[in-house]
Design a binder for this molecule. Structure first.
Ligand code: NDP
Length: 484
């Protein structure tokens, strides 16, 4: 098979196999062809991974931050050198067009390795004077073994966004990719070893949800970072609470994008395209509820349809193609099911809505107009290329409607009135907001959600606080006074 890795798991610096684990077929979404067969981790494999992560962590944490950082920065360089090869694997694993994977996956992973590699040497505690010569100092310590569990939409990026800050702080990691896209994390593990990471510092185990569930309750594990859906997040958060583990939850959304009638329409349409159809709509922060002020609604829809008609749907390996298949037949059927719900509940289909003929899991970029707040397509996360356009009259009304959701991952506003833009953003109940742009996630800025969309933040200096904890040390230079 064309993309068969040496083995399913990567533990203690080596590929490891146990064919008694349940088979995992890796399917190329553009053709439906099986490109690799892996096996889910057995309890013995999980023992090996956790023991190796536990054993490696202490020596890794004892190294200086400069040394750890150097390993991560070397790994970033190797990833960039191999970007083309890694992008081809990512495209076969996910179906995302090569045009996208060349610029958004291994490159984003390399950015995280470089950024946290650069920070590693500066992770310190502080000195707090208490008077009379007494003082406190704090030591920033690693948490221990961290578990990362990934979704299938950005497998390389997720493996690095969790691994890089964890390793920078002196933790080790056991990472479980989604069983739908198991290939890329193995590449990340190999590259870290090549860059000089000690064996066992970054391990990858494959498996279905049950493997993730076993990792989350293991007493050797100090922290769990999940990227996934809200229902999975609830289960993982609850399971982690049993042993009071640290958690980061990067979950789903149904984010609003507000377009006022003074907005630059082409920029707003570009934002709506990026925020709904990049990666065939399989992006957690997508602005899938597009509120357009009534005066420009028809002009917005006309321009959007005109632009969507120029999307190049096809073979994701063709670098001209900018709209690929969905990750799996199942995910495509879920999205097509929402299209039927949209029609049944009375939304107006303006563009797309059909499966594209062929063996691949393609559906057209789809736009509904005249969507109301109560419709299923406006309330539930679809995680596919389905945009809902809703209209509004006033600022006050639209802000209340934008916030009327249990999710709070992202939110955006397009307007030429910057005072209004800042006022709107201050009112958004969301962790990641955009003014006159959409869906950026550079490593320097915190990324994460409010409400049901998550707990904690990835990226930026803030991520360090989610992968380390402070030890407080009191020091007295004076006699100890006791009452008797
Ligand atoms: P899922 O929630 O289905 O799965 C996420 C991961 O959790 C998978 O690796 C899955 O394994 C694993 N898992 C499932 N059940 C359990 C369990 N009980 N205990 C431990 N692990 C478990 O999400 P998807 O993979 O379908 O990804 C899509 C979702 O991810 C969307 O909701 C999307 O919004 C969200 N997402 C959030 C992002 C963010 O940063 N906020 C970014 C990207 C996606 P398996 O696949 O084998 O079942």
């Amino acid at each position: 098979m064309k993309f068969q890795p040496k083995a399913s798991h990567f533990i203690n610096g080596e590929y490891v196999e146990d064919t008694s684990g349940a088979p995992i077929d890796v399917i190329y979404p553009a053709t439906g062809e099986i490109i690799a067969r892996l096996h889910s981790a057995t309890p013995e494999i999980l023992e090996q991974a956790l023991n190796s992560a536990k054993a490696a962590q202490v020596a890794w944490a004892a190294m200086s931050g400069t040394e750890r950082g150097r390993v991560l920065r070397r790994a970033a360089d190797i990833m960039r050198d191999r970007n083309h090869e890694l992008s081809i694997i990512e495209t076969h694993d996910t179906g995302k067009p090569l045009q996208e994977t060349l610029v958004a996956d291994a490159t984003s992973g390399a950015d995280a390795l470089e950024y946290f590699g650069g920070l590693a040497a500066s992770l310190t505690g502080e000195h707090i004077p208490l008077g009379g010569g007494d003082f406190v100092y704090t030591i920033r310590e690693a948490l221990g073994v961290c578990v990362g569990i990934g979704a299938w939409n950005y497998p390389t990026q997720i493996a690095c966004w969790k691994g890089a800050p964890a390793l920078a702080c002196g933790n080790s990691m056991v990472f479980k990719p989604s069983e739908t896209t198991p290939l890329s994390a193995l590449q990340v593990a190999e590259i870290l070893i090549e860059a000089g990471a000690p064996k066992g510092v970054y391990n990858v185990v494959q498996g279905y949800g049950d493997v993730g569930a076993s990792l989350v309750t293991d007493l050797r594990v100090a922290k769990v970072s999940l990227t996934g859906s809200v229902p999975t997040g609830r289960k993982v958060y609850a399971a982690a609470a049993g042993s009071m583990k640290h958690v980061t939850m990067e979950l789903g959304g149904k984010s609003p994008m507000i377009v006022f009638d003074d907005a630059d329409i082409d920029n707003a349409v570009s934002g709506a395209i990026l925020g709904n159809f990049y990666s065939s709509g399989q992006v957690c922060s997508n602005g899938t509820r597009v509120f357009v002020q009534k005066g420009i609604k028809e002009a917005f829809l006309a321009r959007l349809s005109e632009r969507l008609a120029t999307a190049k749907i096809g073979d994701p390996m063709d670098e001209e193609v900018n709209f690929g298949p969905m990750v799996s037949e199942n995910q495509m059927n879920i999205a097509l099911g929402y299209v039927e719900k949209g029609k049944a509940e009375g939304a107006r289909l303006v563009f797309g809505g059909e499966r594209v003929k062929g063996d691949g899991f393609y559906m057209q970029p789809t736009v509904f107009a005249d969507v109301t707040d109560a419709m299923t397509i406006a309330r539930e996360e679809i995680f596919g290329p389905v945009m809902s356009v809703l209209d509004f009259d006033t600022e006050e009304e639209v802000l209340a409607r934008a916030n009327d959701t249990e999710f709070g991952l992202a939110a955006g506003v397009f307007t030429s009135d910057l005072t209004r833009a800042h006022r709107i953003v201050a009112g958004f109940e969301a962790g990641t907001c955009y003014i006159n742009t959409y869906n950026l996630a550079p490593v320097e800025a915190p990324f994460g959600g409010s409400k049901l969309s998550g707990v904690g933040r990835e990226n930026s200096k803030l991520a360090i606080n989610h992968y380390s904890e402070m030890k407080t040390v009191y020091v007295s230079l004076n006699d100890v006074e006791a009452p008797y």
